[in-house]
Design a protein around this ligand. Structure first.
Ligand code: HEM
Length: 404
C-alpha cells in the first residue's frame, strides 16, 4: 500500500528495498511531484525538489543538460543541512558535476581509459581475479557481500589505474566510508577525511606518472591532451575520487542484488547455470537499481510532463522507479534474466553523463557470475538480506549464504 506523500530520498523507507507501491502511486498520480523536504535544522526549513518517477521523463531530463544542469550537487538529492556553498563548489571539480562544454572536454580525455579495447584488455586479469575470489572461499557459509561481491569492483578499478596490491586495502576503506554515511555501520569514519586520503593518494600517483611515465592508464590520462588542454594533477585526483565512489559500491550492489534475486528465484539461477545468458547482467542492474537517484537543477523556467518548473529548482530522477515503469517494461516485477529489450536507466538515462563505466561494470558482473556458476553452483540463501540505510544507493550490506 502506498503511504501518503513520502519523501523518496528518506533512507528509512528503503530498509525493506525499493518502495515500489509508493513509486507506482507517484507515477500514476503525479509523475513530477513537489517534495517539500522539511528538516527544520541549521536555519533551513524547506529545501524541496521535484521527484521525477516515469521512465520517459527521466529520459527527457537526462538528455537535456542545457535546461537541467549538473553543477549543483548532482549526487545527493537529499537535503543536507550541513552542506555549504563551499562544499558544493568543491564537488564541481568532479566531472559528474560539470556541464558542457567543460564536461565534454573532460569526458573526451578520460574516455580514453574506457574504450572497448581498454576494457577488453582487462578481461583476462579480471577473469583470473574472479576465479580467485570465488576459489578463496573455504567456509561452508558466509556473507556474500563481504566475501565475494565487494572484491572484484575494487580490484577492477585498481587494475585499471595500476594501483599496487599493497595499497588496495586503503583505497577500499576510503571509498567505503565516503559513501555509506547514512548507515550506522559505516558512519564511524569521517567521509571528508576519507575523501582527502584518497585524493592525496591519487594526486601522488599522477605526480609520479608525470615524472616517471609507465604503460598504464594513469599515464595516458595525465599525458592526454585535447585542444591543448590536459588533466592537471588535481583534476586527475578528483577523477580517481569519482571512480572509487562511482565504480565500487554500485557494481558491488549490482552483484549482490543479482545473487539475491537469483537465489530467491531458483528457476532463474538454474537457467543461468545452464544457458549463461548475456542479458542477465542488465536485468540485475534494472532489478537492483544500485543508484536510486541523481538530480539536476533547472537553468530556466520549463515544463516537464505538464508540470511547471522554475529556474533554480531541483529535479531528481528516480531510476529505482523508472526501471519498474509498467509503460516500458512488460511485467516489471518479474525477475527475468532473458529480458530483451531491457531499456533500463540504471546507468543513468541517455545523456552526456551516461555511466562512463557501464561496460566495465557489465564485464565484472558477467565474470563473477560465471565464476560462481562454474565453481560454486550449489550456493543458496541462508538468511534475509540486510539493506544499506540509504535513499541514494540501493544497497545490500550483508547477504548470508551457504556456499556448498
Ligand atoms: C555515471 C550508475 C558502475 C563510473 C553514472 C550515472 C549512473 C551510474 C546512474 C549517471 C550520473 C548522472 O547522470 O548524473 C552506475 C551503476 C554501476 C556503475 C549502476 C554499476 C552497476 C560504474 C563503474 C565506473 C563508473 C564500474 C568506473 C570504474 C562512472 C562515471 C560517471 C558515471 C565516471 C560520470 C560520467 C559523467 O559525468 O560523464 N553511473 N555506474 N560507473 N559512472 Fe557509473
Amino acid at each position: 500500500e502506498p503511504r501518503t506523500r513520502i519523501d523518496p530520498t528518506d533512507p528509512d523507507i528503503y530498509l525493506d528495498g525499493i518502495p515500489h507501491a509508493d513509486f507506482a502511486e507517484m507515477r500514476a498520480a503525479e509523475p513530477v511531484r513537489w517534495i517539500p523536504q522539511v528538516r527544520g535544522s541549521a536555519g533551513f526549513d524547506d529545501e524541496g525538489y521535484w521527484a521525477v518517477t516515469r521512465h520517459a521523463d527521466v529520459m527527457a531530463v537526462s538528455r537535456n543538460s542545457e535546461t537541467y544542469s549538473s553543477r549543483e550537487n548532482t549526487a545527493i538529492a537529499r537535503f543536507q543541512p550541513d552542506m555549504t556553498r563551499e562544499g558544493i563548489e568543491m564537488q564541481q571539480a568532479i566531472m559528474l558535476n560539470m556541464d558542457p562544454p567543460q564536461h565534454t572536454k573532460q569526458r573526451a580525455i578520460v574516455s580514453r581509459g574506457f574504450t572497448p579495447r581498454a576494457i577488453n584488455s582487462l578481461r583476462t586479469a579480471l577473469s583470473d581475479r574472479a576465479a580467485a575470489i570465488v576459489g578463496s572461499i573455504d567456509t561452508d557459509s558466509g556473507d556474500f557481500v563481504t566475501d565475494i561481491a565487494c572484491e572484484l569492483p575494487l580490484q577492477a578499478i585498481a587494475e585499471l589505474l595500476g594501483v599496487p596490491q599493497e595499497d588496495r586495502g586503503n583505497v577500499f576503506e576510503w571509498s567505503n566510508s565516503m559513501i555509506g554515511y547514512d548507515d550506522p555501520e559505516f558512519s564511524g569514519a569521517d567521509p571528508m577525511e576519507s575523501a582527502m586520503g584518497l585524493l592525496g593518494y591519487a594526486m601522488q600517483m599522477a605526480d609520479e606518472r608525470q615524472t616517471c611515465p609507465r604503460d598504464d592508464i594513469v599515464t595516458t590520462l595525465v599525458k592526454a591532451e585535447i585542444d591543448g588542454e590536459h588533466l592537471s594533477v588535481d583534476e586527475f585526483g578528483f577523477f580517481v575520487l569519482m571512480l572509487a565512489v562511482a565504480g565500487n559500491e554500485t557494481t558491488r550492489n549490482a552483484i549482490s542484488h543479482g545473487m539475491h534475486a537469483m537465489l530467491s528465484h531458483p528457476g532463474q539461477w538454474e537457467l543461468f547455470k545452464q544457458t549463461r545468458p548475456r542479458t542477465a547482467v542488465d536485468e540485475f542492474v534494472r532489478w537492483g537499481s544500485p543508484i536510486n537517484v541523481f538530480q539536476r537543477t533547472a537553468t530556466q523556467d520549463t515544463v516537464l510532463a505538464g508540470q511547471k518548473i522554475q529556474a533554480g529548482q531541483r529535479v531528481a530522477m528516480f531510476y529505482g522507479s523508472a526501471n519498474y515503469d509498467e509503460e516500458v517494461f512488460t511485467n516489471p516485477h518479474i525477475f527475468d534474466i532473458t529480458r530483451s529489450p531491457n531499456p533500463h536507466l540504471g546507468f543513468g538515462g541517455s545523456g552526456a553523463h551516461f555511466c562512463l563505466g557501464a561496460n566495465l561494470a557489465r564485464l565484472e558482473i558477467d565474470l563473477i557470475f560465471n565464476a560462481i556458476a562454474d565453481h560454486m553452483p550449489e550456493i543458496s540463501l541462508a538468511g534475509p538480506a540486510e539493506r544499506l540505510r540509504s535513499g541514494w544507493i540501493n544497497g545490500i550490506k550483508h547477504l548470508p549464504v551457504n556456499y556448498h
